[in-house]
Design a protein around this ligand. Structure first.
Ligand SMILES: *Cc1c(COP(=O)(O)O)cnc(C)c1O
Length: 397
């Protein structure tokens, strides 16, 4: 008999009832160090006092009015986001895939609005992930996402990761945009080299096509800068963010330049819930904390410390860990041991991590961790490495 909750997830046998900073407490009272942060969502940890205050305050005043009316919180958050980024304008959504859906529609609309109807195709990259709607699985194009769902929406051209010649060959007079994650998340924490991102920018400018960055996982302070593309020193025309921007409240945003958004006129796109007052109260509080002096410096400092400790771990367990990669507090351990078993072993040692493609284990701690949490995580990771080593030696016998 099918479970009342549709069984679309392979869940760990744990439930949590309370969170505080980087800690989660399960229903047995056990305490876990959360280096998954709800998949890079709880950027400020659990139950951050400023977010709790913002949500509680708004909950007493007003929950929802719809986008038939002005929502002052949207104006405030959009102004903050445009002040600190390349963007001139923002569309609010409830999730990451909706932000990317908006990006895809906007890029296509841009060209038709500017009299070039035939430009509607978007170039995407192998190993990418943009969400689970039909358009976003078609965009990623991976068999494991699309199998069994019939004919996919058209208009996406997939090129291999890092293959410059294939990319150049894929550009035609039907290309509307190139869409890429500056650091691939689900694909296994694979940062795109800065010169490649800048190369994409040049290629787009040369051919009059739009550049879309998916910063849903790598954005919002995760890499030690507010948006990951700042590390490369180039900007997109359109960008999706979500995950960290709501700190655990469902919120996403599609940000764009005035030029790229020129086709997005009244009636061209919409959402019932997107940008509702509750989400805006929390989003504003998240961004206020992140743009305070020292917040991003702290992320970089913790990243440096964690990376240094992980390099030590890799030296000690070179039979288990092949590589440490990523940016800021978006780090991946590329393993020789199976990543699923490693995640379980870390969990048994009371550390939560997240598996990814390419046999990687993701470390995505809240951005507010301190050195002591890094120490505790390393101790748990050592235990997990020892378990993996033992498993390998028993398997060899
Ligand atoms: C999580 C994620 C998405 C999808 O976000 P949802 O909120 O699950 O729809 C899209 N792109 C990237 C890079 C992501 O990490």
């Amino acid at each position: 008999m099918i479970a009342p909750v549709m069984p679309t997830y392979a869940r760990a046998p744990l439930s949590f009832e309370k969170g505080e900073g980087p800690w989660l407490f399960d229903t047995n009272g056990d305490k876990y160090l959360d280096f998954g942060a709800g998949i890079a969502v709880c950027a400020l940890g659990h139950a951050h006092p400023r977010l709790v205050e913002a949500l509680e305050g708004q909950a007493r005043r007003l929950w929802h009015t719809s986008n038939l009316f002005n929502i002052p919180g949207q104006e405030e958050l959009a102004r903050k986001l445009t002040d600190v980024s390349f963007a001139d304008t923002v569309f609010f959504t409830n999730s990451g895939l909706e932000a990317m859906e908006c990006a895809i529609k906007m890029a296509r609309k841009f060209h038709s609005h500017n009299g070039d109807e035939k430009r509607w195709r978007i170039i995407t990259f192998e190993g990418s992930f943009h969400g689970r709607s039909l358009a976003t699985i078609a965009a990623a194009g991976q068999e494991k996402l699309t199998a069994g769902f019939g004919e996919m929406p058209g208009g996406f051209d997939h090129v291999p990761f890092g293959d410059h010649d294939a990319l150049k060959a894929a550009i035609t007079d039907e290309t509307a945009a190139i869409m890429i994650e500056p650091v691939q998340g689900e694909g296994g924490i694979r940062p795109i080299p800065s010169q490649c991102l800048r190369g994409l920018r040049e290629l787009c400018d040369e051919h009059g096509i739009l550049l879309i960055f998916d910063e849903i996982q790598c954005g919002m302070g995760r890499t030690g800068v507010l948006f990951a593309h700042e590390l490369a020193g180039c900007t997109p025309d359109i960008m999706g963010v979500a995950k960290g921007i709501g700190g655990g409240f469902p919120l996403g945003a599609c940000m764009a330049t005035e030029h790229a958004a020129s086709g997005m006129t009244a009636g061209s796109h919409g959402s019932t819930f997107g940008g509702n007052p509750l989400a805006m109260a929390v989003g504003n509080a998240v961004v206020d904390v992140m743009i305070e002096d020292g917040f991003l410096d702290h992320v970089s400092e913790m990243s440096g410390f964690l990376r240094q400790r992980l390099a030590g771990l890799q030296d000690e367990f070179s039979d288990v860990i092949e590589d440490v990669r990523g940016e800021g507090l978006m780090l991946g351990l590329k393993l020789k041991a199976p990543n699923g078993a490693f995640v379980e072993a870390a969990r048994a040692a009371k550390l939560l991590t997240v598996p990814a493609g390419d046999n990687v284990v993701r470390l995505l701690p809240p951005l507010i961790i301190e050195a002591q949490h890094v120490d505790q995580a390393i101790t748990a990771l050592e235990t997990a490495c020892e378990v993996m080593r033992l498993d390998a030696s028993t398997a060899a016998k």
